[in-house]
Design a protein around this ligand. Sequence first.
Ligand SMILES: Cc1cc2nc3c(=O)[nH]c(=O)nc-3n(C[C@H](O)[C@H](O)[C@H](O)COP(=O)(O)O)c2cc1C
Length: 208
Amino acid sequence: MSVKHILDQRRSVRHYDPNHEISPEVLTSLIESASKSPNGNNIQATRYLIVDEPRLRKSLLPIAYNQAQVVEASALIVMLGDYQAFDANNIMDIHEQAFQAGYMDQALRDYLADAAINYYAPKSKEELKLELIRDISLASMSLILLANEAGYETITMSGYDSAQLKEALQIPKRYEDIMLIAIGKGLKPGHGTVRHEVSKVIYRNEIV
Ligand SMILES: Cc1cc2nc3c(=O)[nH]c(=O)nc-3n(C[C@H](O)[C@H](O)[C@H](O)COP(=O)(O)O)c2cc1C
């Protein structure tokens, strides 16, 4: 199935077969591929918190405004950004690994690691949050495409109370929750949606 075909057919699905299970191996494989998404300076800040404990899933229902997919989908993943990824140690480790793997020489390792450290160092928390939103959003879309390719339906959710979700799942402060993704076998197709005419969303050289 081509990416174009998936994008043309995909719908946000809100009703799932609660009895369908996705094996941990399949989920791991989808996440492994999603983790190959582009990400700033390859600092790899995306974390995938799989919530598969039924009691926890139920506790998230009111936090996510009673959206049934929270409990009915086969998998519920909290897409997180890890602020610790901006630490110099992480950045140096990743570039050292790339050097050890033979992907770059010492000069490039040091140049790229220094550039990344200096890029993030002066940024405010708000600016770092934007960096996380960029990276985690790209990984999220990859996961959605991969899940659709594997024959599942998905829905992205920002309709939940972030503070309550963090408390219910005891998510430490170093993580930013970016969105929820539910994956499963749809029971009811998602309703159709419209998109602007493409000419309405394209500008050339200037916004008019
Ligand atoms: C960041 C984001 C958050 C969303 N949150 C919710 C949500 O909480 N509940 C919901 O039913 N749909 C949610 N959606 C799904 C959108 O409503 C949906 O993508 C949009 O209406 C277009 O429909 P389609 O995905 O079927 O093409 C969200 C989508 C995105 C990208």
